[in-house]
Design a protein. Structure first.
Length: 113
């Protein structure tokens, strides 16, 4: 994976906002109309539409329009790149901490009489 993956950046950008995370939480229960998603936010519809556009650009949601009604659905597999990146980071840091632990243990053993 490249050091700067634009898709991963878009994904974390989308997840960075609490309103967008709340929308994703709601969509985890099932598809919903845009107007349903807007109500709990207290935001105006154009603002909610911008949030939905960010989520769609990151691939986290899919939208469909039937007449005047736009419905959104969660795309759970879109979170896989973030999970993979986080798992990779966890492995790196666990290895570093294991090496630090070994080093400190050796220092302590060397200091004992």
């Amino acid at each position: 994976m490249a050091k700067h993956d634009p898709d991963l950046s878009a994904l974390f950008h989308a997840l960075a906002d609490p309103t967008r995370r709340a929308i994703l939480t709601r969509l985890a229960e099932g598809p919903a109309r845009v107007t349903e998603l807007a109500v709990p936010t207290g935001l105006r519809l154009p603002t909610v539409m911008r949030h939905l556009a960010v989520l769609a650009d990151a691939g986290l949601i899919a939208t469909a329009k039937d007449g005047r009604v736009r419905t959104c659905a969660l795309v759970p597999e879109a979170l896989s790149p973030a999970r993979t990146w986080l798992d990779d980071q966890r492995a790196v840091w666990e290895a570093r901490l294991d090496r630090l632990d070994d080093y400190v243990t050796r220092l302590m053993e060397d200091r004992q009489p």
